[in-house]
Each structure stands twice: as C-alpha cells, then as structure tokens.
Design a protein around this ligand. Structure first.
Ligand code: PRX
Length: 652
C-alpha cells in the first residue's frame, strides 16, 4: 500500500457536511438514489430522455455478458444534441467556449451559434475528403476550438474519432492510426506550450510515413511555423473548411453506433483501443456532468483543465458540458513555474464557478505556495472536482482551503477511460465528504469491493474494486480484440467488471481508492504501462533487459523508475542515461520518460523467471527490501543496492 493510501486511512474521521448553499436542490438530487435503487433501468431511461432522440429506443438494455447494448433501436445525433438543439431552444448567443491560448493575447469567444457554424463546415469538409459514417478519423491536435469542432463534426457524420494526445510521439501516433485504420488525420502546424511554439506537423509526417493508407492530412495553422508540405496529401484547414457551406443536414445514428476509440495503456506493451458508442455514452456523460457538478447552464462558468487527448477531455470538456449547454473555459496552456498565477487570473477573469482538475496539479500549486492564488478573486468558485488519481488528504484540504475559500465542496470523481463517465463521487449538497475518499457509487451505478474470491468485503475491509452491473457509458469492447476485452476486464471475477484498482470500504461503507493493482503506473494522472516503457527501453541497441516500476512521487503521484541491464559490449558512458530517457520519449512521448534509470547487473527474478517488481519498488522508494526468499538468486538485491548508490544524482 502506498504511503498516501496509509495517510488516507489516518484521515478517515474528518468529514465535511453538505453545504447549505445547495439546500434548494439537495432533496431532488438525493431522490436520484432512491429512484435508481427502485428501478435502475427506468432511472437510466429517465436520464436518456434528457437528450434529443430522433427515434425512441425499444429496450433499455440488452445484456449478453460481457457485451452490452443500451437504448436498443434508438437513434440520435450527438452533434445535434451538443450544439443545434441549444441554438434551436433560443440559446444560440450563449457562450459555449471562452478560449484562452497560451500566448496571453490569444483569446476567442465562441457562442453556440458560432460553434454550430464551425461544426457544420468541418462536417462538410470531412465529407468532401471522402469520410463516411463508420470511417475512423485520427486527431492529433492542440487545445484549440477547432479540435472540439473536429470531434463534433466526426460525431455529426458518424465517423468515429480517435484522438491521440499531442504529447505522444510519432511512433505512438503511427501505431494508433494503423490499429484504428484511420485514413484521414487532423492536426495543426504546432501548438503553444509554456510560452513557446512546439511543432506537431513533423510528428504527423513521420507517423504517416509508416501509414500508407492515410490519404489526407488536414492542418490547422496555429503557430505559423514552417512545415514541409505534401501536395498530394496535405490540406490547410483555412483553405478547405472556411469555404464550406454553413449548413449541414445531420443524420441520426443508431444508439450503438461507434462514437470514438481512445487508446489507453494496459498491462502489455500494446495500448488498448477503448470503444465507446453513442446513446448510452452521451446519456451518462450529460447526467454525471449535470449532477456531480450541480451544473446551472444559465449561470455557471465551468472549466475542466484536462487535455482533449485524454478521456477526461472527451467526456468533460467536449461531450458532457456541450450536451448540457454549459459555458466553458478552454485553455491551451499548462501550469508552469514561469507563470504561476495564470490559472487564477483566468478564474477571476471569467468568474469560473466550477473547476475540474487532477491532484497532481493541486500538488504542484501546493509546492509553489498559496501566494499566486491570494492575488486573485476566486470567490466565484462553488464546486471543485478532482480526477485521475487518488487525492491525498493534504492536497484535498489545500484545494478546499486555498482554492475553495474553505467553503467549496470537493467532488473526488473515480472513473476510467473504460467507464466513459464518472462512476463514484460525492454529490454536492447531498454527500458529507471525507478528504481523500470518493465516497459512493453514483445513483444508477453498482460498485463493490471484493476479496480474492470475488466476495464483497465487510466495512473496514480492503480488496479489489469491481462494477457489478452494466452502465450506459461502459466501453463496448477493445477495438478489434474481443478476446482481450473479455480477458482483461471480465475474467478475474465472474460477471463482474474488474477495474484494476485496489479499494477499501471504511467503517461507514464509503470508498477509498488505493491505486492500481496491476502493472499500470499513474504518472500525473496519466496511465502508463510498465511493460510499454520496458519494451521502449529494450528497443535501444545498448539495452539487453529492462524492468520498470512506479515509485511514489510527492507531486506526480508516481514517478517512473527503470532498471536496465546493458548488452555485453555496451559501456555505460556519460550520456547513457540521458540517451535512454530521450529514447523513451521518442518511442512513446515525453510523459513516459523515466524519472530515474539505474544500470544494474541483474534483475530480481523468481525461479520461473518473473521479475519481482515489488522488490524493485522497495529500492526505488528507498525502503528496506522486502521478502526475497522466492528469488532464484537472493543476492541479486545486494548488487542492485550498490547500483543505486552509484547512480545517485541521475534523477531527471
Ligand atoms: O487508477 C484509477 C485512476 O485512474 C485510472 C484510470 O485512468 P484513465 O483511464 O487514464 O482515466 C483517468 C481519468 C478518468 C483508474 O483506474 N483514477 C482515476 N480517478 C481516480 C483514480 N484513482 C483514485 N481516485 C480517483 N478519483
């Protein structure tokens, strides 16, 4: 168990009652629990009715474990739900996006009417490029309004998008384009990060060189940097999209039509393409966004500070807020030490009332001290959300005190790329919160903590988090790999979804998430597989073998620590560690760069040859090494300890 998890347990007794500010809706919101308990499927049908359906469904759920179909026979268009119906309802002048670029003077205000025009033109452009319903489109873009328009345009024409985070390498992009079989890629010349322009198009050029089936690359001009151009393939957005008609006739798609594929790390080196579909997904993201954040679309200004490249961006920057007609802030940049008060200025400027971010960001600001916040008026904030990793009670308290003025409820939301939407979270005004606990499954969601045998643990016990009933926004599978879908999520326990997370039920039955129980690391809220980093390392000519672990890190949650054995003829050399870190960045992306690389002579293995990561984690976290009796050669750990002493100062 991590030290954060331990400290969580010590803080269990602290509790914050629901705030009176939410009293007006508290009764209605708490009734959701009763309604869902009484008739779960009827409850979800009620939530689905909040959307606009062209054709009603005939059946709420068709469950052939582990394959689900929700709102069977229903037809709807996601883009119509996220844009057109708000315009039709007379809210065309409402701001959809207050966009702020990384350069201070780059700002745009986009109303729902503006967004409608942009989405329609983009849909027409994609159609002109030959994209039809069912054709996957790859998206490798910065945090700009065109990215949202691209996603909605794909949804509008029924083309599933596969967004690849713009921090991933060309190789990672290429493997995703190939796996999804995308023939069109949408990108930009570059993006701004930490005050500087960073190129994107060259990565796409390198990736597409390995993807012969890609016929077009559509490029937004963002930074104006020089790009190499392939006349047969590349098209400028402003030349193709801007000249399109502003009208587009939308067609309704089946509730189970694929909406997107999003790749996430699993326990093997190959990322999994998580498939989400239309009706159930949109129902649950809209429902959770409305209730978990107590959204008032007419008055709230909502800011989810994630990137569209991750599931949080898909569900809570794009689909949830827009389905609800919310006004959002969209920010291109990321927090950095050179500009510590940018975030808080943005909150004060737009009077942001709901903020949704990750614990790693909160811990970064904790490290920098509260002064930058104190210079700005943050009193507009009324709900604070946390996502992506366990939030330690210290960060939770700091968030509440310094960001939330000691009054704002915090919703710690547990979910995953696979779940599509929030599953476990307090509800503001209804749930008494405990710093560090995600509390209870939402109305309509059934979760349990079970032991090795799959039996529910009693209050006070710990085990594995499982979901015991299908839910509307659940993944429908792994793209092209039903066997892996069954094996990964449905084989560990019978008829239960295995989330891969450890959890504890406290004496009141409230849930505490304790981090991954598999070989997946969580670095700054991003999922990275140990095996993926290991295979990147062994693809370097000097590396014979590698083992990677996630070690506790006070800011990023976990940090990547790698142990490598060099090939016989390779010498250690001064730049080796840097070369290896750069190599991993090239293979996967900078987020996967190990914090520390140790060159060792041996790795601890069991007699059957399995690497004992537990022992390596002890070394990486500077702890006394645990039980070594199952090692084939117990003396190996002494050698590794010596390697550790030698490598001090290598931490990147
Ligand atoms: O380990 C859990 C952690 O993040 C994993 C899911 O990662 P990803 O699919 O990238 O989605 C992140 C954004 C939803 C989970 O298996 N996780 C996510 N939220 C929490 C969390 N761990 C503890 N508390 C949370 N609130």
């Amino acid at each position: 168990m991590s030290s954060d998890a331990l400290s969580n347990l010590l803080h269990e007794e602290r509790r914050f009652p629901p705030s009176d500010e939410f009293a007006a809706e508290a009764v209605a919101t708490s009734e959701l629990y009763d309604a869902a308990a009484e008739d779960r499927l009827g409850f979800w049908e009620d939530q689905a009715r909040a959307l606009h359906w062209e054709t009603d469904w005939e059946q709420a759920l068709d469950w052939q474990p582990p394959f689900a179909k929700w709102f069977v026979g229903g037809k709807l268009n996601v883009a119509v739900n996220c844009v057109d119906r708000h315009v039709d309802a007379g809210n065309g002048d409402r701001v959809a996006l207050h966009w702020q670029g990384d350069p201070v003077d780059d700002k745009r205000t986009i109303t729902y009417r503006d967004l409608q025009k942009l989405v329609n033109q983009t849909a027409n452009a994609l159609t002109e490029l030959g994209v039809e319903a069912g054709d996957p489109v790859a998206v490798y873009m910065p945090m700009i309004p065109e990215t949202i328009a691209t996603l909605l345009a794909c949804a509008r024409i029924g083309a599933p998008h596969t967004v690849v985070f713009a921090g991933f390498s060309a190789d990672a992009l290429a493997s995703r384009i190939r796996d999804a079989d995308a023939r069109v890629v949408v990108t930009a010349d570059g993006q701004y990060r930490r005050g500087e322009a960073a190129p994107l198009k060259p990565n796409v050029d390198d990736a597409v060189a390995k993807c012969p089936d890609v016929r077009n690359v559509l490029v937004v001009r963002r930074t104006g940097s020089d790009v190499t151009w392939n006349e047969d393939r590349d098209l400028w957005w402003h030349e193709v999209v801007d000249r399109q008609p502003e009208e587009h006739e939308a067609q309704a798609f089946d509730s189970e039509h694929p909406l997107f594929i999003l790749y996430t790390s699993g326990t093997t080196a190959k990322p999994k393409g998580i498939l989400h579909t239309t009706g159930g997904y949109l129902t649950q993201v809209a429902y959770t966004h409305r209730n978990v954040f107590d959204l008032k679309p007419e008055s709230d200004v909502y800011w989810c500070a994630a990137d569209v490249g991750w599931v949080t961006g898909h569900s809570y920057i794009v689909y949830g807020p827009l389905a609800n007609g919310a006004t959002s802030v969209m920010y291109e940049g990321v927090p950095h030490p050179g500009d510590k008060d940018r975030w808080w200025k943005l909150i004060a400027e737009h009077k942001v009332s709901i903020l949704y971010t990750a614990p790693t960001t909160i811990r970064t600001y904790m490290k920098w001290g509260p002064e930058p916040l104190q210079e700005h008026d943050l009193s507009s904030l009324r709900v604070l959300g946390s996502v992506g990793e366990p939030i330690n009670p210290e960060a939770w308290m700091w968030y509440r005190e310094h960001v939330g003025g000691d009054k704002t409820p915090i919703v710690d939301t547990w979910w995953q790329t696979e779940t599509g939407a929030i599953m476990i979270s307090p509800l503001p005004g209804v749930t008494a919160t405990k710093p560090g606990s995600a509390m209870r499954p939402l109305p309509g969601i059934s979760a349990e903590v079970v032991d090795e045998e799959g039996k529910p643990v009693p209050n006070g016990g710990g085990g594995y988090l499982v979901l015991t009933e299908p839910w509307p926004s659940m993944l429908r599978g792994i793209w092209g790999d039903d066997e892996r879908y069954k094996e990964t999520y449905w084989s560990r326990f019978e008829d239960m979804y295995f989330a891969g997370d450890g959890a504890k039920k406290d004496e009141d039955g409230d849930l505490w998430l304790l981090g991954r129980v598999d070989d997946v690391m969580n670095v700054s809220g991003h999922r990275i597989s140990t095996t993926e980093v290991e295979s990147a390392l062994v693809s370097h000519p000097k590396v014979a073998e590698a083992a990677v672990v996630g070690a506790n890190d006070p800011t990023t949650g976990q940090g990547i620590v790698a142990f490598v054995i060099l090939r016989g003829s390779a010498a250690e050399g001064e730049t080796l560690v840097k070369d290896l870190r750069d190599h991993v960045a090239k293979e996967i992306g900078p987020i996967a760069k190990p914090r520390q690389i140790l060159v060792v002579a041996e790795l601890p293995k069991t007699r059957s040859g399995k690497i004992m990561r537990r022992l390596l984690r002890d070394v990486a976290e500077h702890r006394e090494v645990g039980d070594v009796t199952t090692l084939a050669d117990p003396t190996v750990m002494n050698l590794i300890g010596e390697g550790l002493d030698k490598s001090k100062g290598d931490e990147g």
